[in-house]
Ligand binder design. Structure first.
Ligand SMILES: [Zn+2]
Length: 96
């Protein structure tokens, strides 16, 4: 019984640590005042580009944020969901 409580505590700690290093949009290339290429702080190989698409810095920024949000939803939210699903399956299996 004590072992079960200890294990649950570790799980909560891990969850908090992951939340603190939440991925964020990082601008890596500017064209004058326009942010044109961004990346994800957790995925350095990822590129979001608005080069040649718009005229105003605010439009580039909005598009880069949109692209990053899409990336975040498809890559990082899915990761969290599958990790949670794996944990639920594991716990269900252990209870049997
Ligand atoms: Zn990412």
């Amino acid at each position: 019984m004590q072992f079960e409580i200890h294990r649950a505590g570790n799980g909560i700690g891990l969850w908090k640590t992951e939340g603190m290093k939440k991925p964020s949009l990082v601008i890596i290339k500017w064209q004058g005042r326009n942010p044109v290429v961004g990346t994800c702080s957790s995925c350095p190989q990822t590129r979001f580009s608005t080069e040649g698409k718009f005229g105003k810095p605010s439009e580039h920024e909005r598009e880069l944020r949109d692209l990053f949000n899409q990336h975040f939803r498809t890559v990082h939210m899915r990761e969290d969901a599958s990790q949670a699903a794996a944990r639920i399956v594991k716990e269900a299996t252990e209870n049997h």
